[in-house]
Ligand binder design. Structure first.
Ligand SMILES: Nc1ncnc2c1ncn2[C@@H]1O[C@H](COP(=O)(O)OP(=O)(O)OP(=O)(O)O)[C@@H](O)[C@H]1O
Length: 334
C-alpha cells in the first residue's frame, strides 16, 4: 500500500542540513497550548518549486503549524527550519524571503486598494510594481476603492497580491481562496501554478479538496494533530481501492444486494436517489473490480434488472479524507 501513516521516527535532534535543498523543513513538530497538544509530531519538507498541501479536519493543527513556520510560535519540541534557519522571531534573513496569506487578513479597511499595496511596496526591498500586482489579481478597476468596500473574495485576492509584492521564495497560503467565486478561484490557481513554476516553495492549507488535487505536488491529511496520510495525489489514492457504483433499482432493497467476495457494500443517498457502492481494496484492485462488475452484471441479469449509471472509479481525495476523519486510516495503516 502506498498510503502511509506518519510513522516517521522522532527526529528532534536531527540536523536540518540532512534535507539539503529543501526550503522548509519540519521535523517531529509538537505544539502545545497549555495542557492541550494541538500538533503531535508532524514532519514534512518543501523544496523550491514544490507545493505541499496540508489538508485536515477542523482543529487538526494546520494553522498552528503555519504559525510556527512563520515564526509566531516557538515549537514545544521538534525542529522547524526555513532556509536552514530557525524562523522563531522572524530573523531578517527569513523575513525578506518569505510571505504569507493568513486566515485573518491584516488589511487596513480605510485605505484604498492602491494605498494598501503602496504601503507593502514601501516595506519591500525589491517590490513588484503596483500596476503589475493589480493586473495579476484582477483588481485594476478597484484600485481607488476603500478596502472595506471590497467583497470577501476581492479582499482575499488583495491579500495574495500584497504577499506577492515582496517576491517571496517561500509562500504560506492558509485557505487562500475562501469566499472566492469559481472564476476567481481558477484565476488564483493559475497564479499559484505560475509561482510554483518560477521556483517558489508553497505551503497550502485548504478545505477545498479540488484545490489540493489541482495544485499539490504532495499532500498530507492531518487529523487531531497528526499527519495520517501523506504522499503524491496518485500515491495517496492508490491505497484506497476502487469503487463500483450503480443506482439502486427501485425494486431492490439493500438486503437484496448480493455479496461480492472481497468487497464492502455501502448504500447512500445522493440527490434523493439511492446508490449502491462496492469497494474493493485488497490484492489486485483492478482485477477484483473487474470480477465485482461481472458478478453484479450476472446478478442483475438473473433478476432481469438493468444496473443504471454503473461506474467503476478509483478512490477520490474526498473518499480518503472522509475515511481519515472517521479514523479509518489507523486501521488501513496497520
Ligand atoms: N491560542 C490557542 N489556545 C488554545 N488552543 C488553541 C489555540 N489556537 C488553537 N488552538 C486549538 O488547537 C487546535 C488546532 O487549531 P488550528 O487552528 O491549528 O487548527 P486548523 O487545522 O487550522 O483548523 P481549521 O481547519 O478549523 O482552521 C484546535 O483544537 C484549537 O482549538
Amino acid at each position: 500500500m502506498t498510503t502511509t501513516a506518519n510513522t516517521e521516527p522522532a527526529a528532534a535532534t536531527q540536523d536540518s542540513t540532512s534535507s539539503a535543498g529543501a526550503s522548509v523543513v519540519v521535523r517531529d513538530l509538537h505544539q502545545r497550548y497549555g495542557d492541550f497538544e494541538a500538533v503531535k509530531g508532524v514532519s514534512f519538507e518543501i523544496r523550491p518549486g514544490e507545493l505541499f498541501a496540508l489538508l485536515g479536519t477542523n482543529g487538526a493543527g494546520k494553522t498552528t503549524t503555519i504559525e510556527t513556520l512563520e515564526g509566531f510560535r516557538r515549537p514545544s519540541s521538534g525542529t522547524v527550519r526555513v532556509f536552514g534557519q530557525d524562523p522563531f522571531g522572524q530573523p531578517a534573513g527569513i523575513r525578506e524571503r518569505v510571505n504569507a496569506v493568513l486566515q485573518g487578513s491584516g488589511l487596513l479597511e480605510d485605505l484604498s486598494v492602491e494605498e494598501s499595496l503602496g504601503l507593502t511596496s514601501d516595506l519591500a526591498a525589491d517590490p513588484r510594481g503596483i500596476d503589475e500586482i493589480l493586473q495579476l489579481i484582477n483588481l485594476t478597476d478597484k484600485r481607488k476603492l476603500r478596502i472595506r468596500q471590497l467583497s470577501g473574495g476581492q479582499k482575499r485576492r488583495l491579500d495574495l497580491g500584497s504577499a506577492l509584492m515582496t517576491r517571496p521564495e517561500v509562500l504560506y497560503l492558509d485557505e487562500p481562496t475562501t469566499g472566492m467565486d469559481p472564476e476567481a478561484r481558477h484565476e488564483t490557481w493559475k497564479i499559484i501554478n505560475e509561482l510554483k513554476e518560477s521556483g517558489v516553495a508553497v505551503l497550502l492549507t485548504t478545505h477545498y479538496l479540488e484545490e489540493a488535487e489541482r495544485l499539490a505536488d504532495r499532500l498530507a491529511i492531518m487529523h487531531r494533530g497528526e499527519i495520517r496520510v501523506e504522499g503524491t495525489l496518485a500515491g495517496v489514492l492508490a491505497g484506497w481501492g476502487d469503487r463500483v457504483s450503480f443506482l439502486l433499482p427501485s425494486d431492490v432493497r439493500t438486503a437484496d444486494l448480493p455479496d461480492v467476495a472481497g468487497a464492502g457494500i455501502e448504500v447512500e443517498t445522493r440527490d434523493q436517489e439511492l446508490w449502491a457502492t462496492y469497494t474493493v481494496s485488497d490484492g489486485d484492485v483492478a482485477e477484483r473490480a473487474h470480477h465485482a462488475v461481472a458478478a453484479l452484471m450476472g446478478w442483475a441479469a438473473e433478476r432481469g434488472t438493468v444496473l443504471q449509471h454503473l461506474q467503476v472509479r478509483g478512490a477520490s481525495l474526498e473518499d480518503v479524507f472522509l475515511q481519515v476523519a472517521d479514523g479509518a486510516a489507523d486501521l488501513l495503516a496497520e
